[in-house]
Write a protein that binds this ligand. Sequence first.
Ligand SMILES: O=C(O)CCC(=O)C(=O)O
Ligand SMILES: [Fe+2]
Length: 253
Amino acid sequence: MSLGEKGGGADSKEAFVYGHHGTELEQTEQPLPPALERRREEVQRFKETCHEAFCELLDKISIAMKLPVKFFAEAHFIGNNSLSFINYPPISKEESDTASTEGSRAGAHKDWGTITLLFQEENGTPGLEIFLPDADVVAAQSDKPYVLTKDTDLIRGRWVAAPVIAGSVLINVGLALETWTNGLYKANLHRVVFPTTAESNGFPGRRSIAFFSQPRLEVVLNPVSADGTIAETPGALTSEQFFLERMKAAAAY
Ligand SMILES: O=C(O)CCC(=O)C(=O)O
Ligand SMILES: [Fe+2]
């Protein structure tokens, strides 16, 4: 998905999505490519571990917002979350001379879900960057949620590299949590760029694994405040409607 940046062309990225099956079953029955089929149990255990860590993080957010501790976690189930195995193929010198590598590996975007856990390869290729808006831009936006539709977020600020830190997992806040918390937790704009150092020999490939989340489809994203109040809001979207809106916005872009 590439939202919010112009002129970058298509993302040079492919992904296999595991386990977004939408049923209460813990485990997906989807067919898998051979490399994953051989390790189905291990992949499933990894997904379960991610889901547990995800729920623990949500519990901390619930506590911080004076909500019942399971408020956010109960609004999710494992079958609606997914593991995305992402591959950015290497680009040879010849290709990099002819093809456009001016764009990004993944264009600037915000994730759509609640929070995302992102795993980068320990000795892998860097490239992930996070956009830090200027302080006055943040201040102007602090009391209202905003949703990226075009590149308006990119007006003023700077891109900061998110280095690969061994043994760590990177957490992205998604637009569903931003909307749900009325802008208290801001979805962070991020992108993946080509490494600048390797150009003379083309670009090495990059792999990452993202654990993406989506609240239960019927959950209404009524805004919750830091003091634990939930504002029943006419017109508040369900999770399903929210994701459909995001898909429509992405298709229109
Ligand atoms: O590959 C990465 O490091 C980031 C991928 C990403 O942001 C996404 O797929 O939403
Ligand atoms: Fe992302």
